[in-house]
Write a protein that binds this ligand. Structure first.
Ligand SMILES: C[S@@+](CC[C@H](N)C(=O)[O-])C[C@H]1O[C@@H](n2cnc3c(N)ncnc32)[C@H](O)[C@@H]1O
Length: 288
């Protein structure tokens, strides 16, 4: 069953939960297990957020939400953190459009994950920023519009508060190549504070993505299963935050893969590793 509205559509998934579909991109957000289940396993659990925010004590913990979309990831994360005493969480959400969030808020009831956060979301949409008391803690949530790769490459990116964790949820590389290039992940790595380790989770397990992350200076590991995906990807600026680092077996497969060469330009294409990339990959400290 589906109800078409504007550029977005509410779709009911096979497990009965509802999600948002972009008609322009032809992609459904969190398509298999649904918004809450995917956000819980891919971001809350995989990024170990409850433990890390608790360990931060009263220090501000900074989340970058890349691809705010309909805010299922952020709201699921917030709900998981609510009971932590004295938490202080800053969220910076990036998206080139607030339209999916506006659409989702208008369909909050079937989507089912807004409960209690409708007010803050309304304020975020109206003012671009909202601060609110949250259980025993405090949340400061900001929305930054515009093209994310352009923002990250501009000198003003240096003024952004560095992230402790990144929820990376763009459309697929084939549909949205501008969000999966080597320059973008290099720029993202450059925004990490050397004094504060950062982990980043994303749903893709593609060899091309993992090679891109390694070349961009991240440590990279296999992430847990979610929905139809038997593996996802967890990257970090510190090896300690990667539970299952990619190993020599993965490297061997990457060297033989037909789709492993990072995209430098935002044009999707599949290619085996170039000689130069092979050499860089084999020198990565993760494989030494
Ligand atoms: C899969 S959806 C995100 C779903 C969302 N995380 C959620 O929990 O509902 C991908 C989002 O990335 C955004 N996006 C795609 N390309 C972008 C770009 N170049 N700059 C900024 N945002 C972009 C889209 O507008 C879309 O909202």
């Amino acid at each position: 069953m589906s109800i078409p509205v504007s550029n977005y559509q509410l779709v009911q998934l096979i497990n009965g939960s509802w999600s948002v579909r972009s008609l322009a991109e032809g992609e459904t957000f969190h398509p298999v297990v649904g918004p809450v289940a995917e956000a819980q396993s891919l971001y809350v659990e995989q990024l170990d957020l409850v433990r890390r925010v608790t360990a931060a004590g009263g220090r501000e913990f900074v989340l970058w939400d890349v691809g705010l979309g309909a805010a299922a990831n952020t709201l699921t994360v917030l709900r998981a953190l609510q009971a932590i005493p004295d938490h202080r969480v800053r969220i910076i959400s990036f998206d080139h459009t607030p339209t999916p969030l506006e659409f989702a808020l208008g369909n909050a009831e079937p989507l089912g994950y807004f409960g209690g956060y409708e007010g803050p979301v309304r304020q975020l949409l109206d003012h671009g920023r909202v601060e609110f008391a949250h259980g025993g803690g405090w949340v400061d949530w900001e929305f930054l519009g515009g093209d994310f790769p352009t923002r990250l490459a501009s000198p003003s990116a240096a003024a952004l508060t560095c992230p402790d964790a990144i929820l990376f949820d763009a459309y697929s590389p084939a549909r949205n190549p501008v969000m999966w290039t080597l320059p973008l992940f290099r720029d993202l790595r450059a925004r990490v504070d050397p004094q504060r380790p950062c982990a980043m989770s994303t749903y893709s397990r593609a060899t091309l993505l993992r090679v891109t992350l390694l070349l961009a200076g991240w440590w990279v590991g296999a992430g847990s299963a979610t929905g139809e995906k038997e593996e996802t990807t967890l990257a970090a600026s510190s090896l300690d935050l990667v539970g299952r680092p990619l190993d020599a077996t993965w490297l061997g497969r990457a060297l033989r893969s037909r789709s492993a060469e990072p995209m430098v330009d935002p044009v999707y294409r599949q290619a085996p590793l170039s000689e130069e990339t092979r050499a860089l990959l084999m020198q990565h400290p993760q494989f030494r």
